[in-house]
Design a protein around this ligand. Structure first.
Ligand code: 5GP
Ligand code: MG
Length: 178
């Protein structure tokens, strides 16, 4: 698996150190009261597990499966909710976690739905944000690392279902992208 990586972009120790400071920001920002964390599967799984263990406050965890359809000739993408039930967020402060902010469509669509479902406030956190113009005018409240506009894998992020268990974020070799 390691042989498929062209270069490491964010090293394991650097990620872990950054999570300490992100957790402190979150801990400081969130008011007392019920907080629900929404983890977008599967990409945010590894990031969320490491981050949330550093946040020493009462919270509940929910997971959401969404599919986003990008590209084509359309300028607006579509995000589908795949779960039969949507988590109950009415009257709650929500922390929405995803692996990476790319076009912004996923976070925008999920944040909108959370507000429609009655969330008091939605804060968003991502491990990575690509430095590019986004289709949606979204920013994350907590960003681990800004990266260039290139395809990355590892630490939850996959290529064809693989590489999620790499402990770092890296760029795939062209030869592995088959
Ligand atoms: P957005 O809706 O912001 O365009 O897309 C976010 C989703 O696209 C992420 O949750 C992730 O699943 C996927 N994605 C975007 N960029 C990358 C990337 O560089 N690598 C991987 N593995 N997934 C990405
Ligand atoms: Mg994703």
């Amino acid at each position: 698996m390691k042989n498929d990586i062209e270069r490491v972009l964010v090293d394991e120790a650097v990620i872990q150190k950054r999570l300490d400071s992100m957790a402190k920001e979150i801990e400081k920002d969130f008011p007392e009261g019920p907080v629900v964390v929404i983890i977008l599967l599967k990409g945010a799984l590894v990031f969320a597990a490491d981050l949330l263990r550093r946040v020493p406050r009462q919270l509940s965890i929910e997971c959401l499966n969404v599919a986003s359809y990008h590209g084509g000739l359309e300028s607006s993408g579509q995000v589908d909710f795949l779960d039969r039930h949507f988590p109950v967020v009415k009257g709650m402060h929500v922390l929405l976690l995803d692996d990476i902010l790319d076009t912004g469509r996923t976070l925008a669509a999920v944040a909108k739905r959370l507000k429609e479902e009655g969330a008091i406030a939605v804060h968003t956190g991502v491990l990575l944000a690509k430095d590019k113009k986004r289709a949606e005018n979204v920013q994350a409240d907590y960003v681990g690392f800004e990266i260039g506009d290139e395809f990355v894998v590892g630490y939850g992020l996959d290529y064809k279902g693989r590489y999620r268990n790499l402990p770092y974020v890296g760029v795939l070799k062209l030869s592995a992208a088959t």
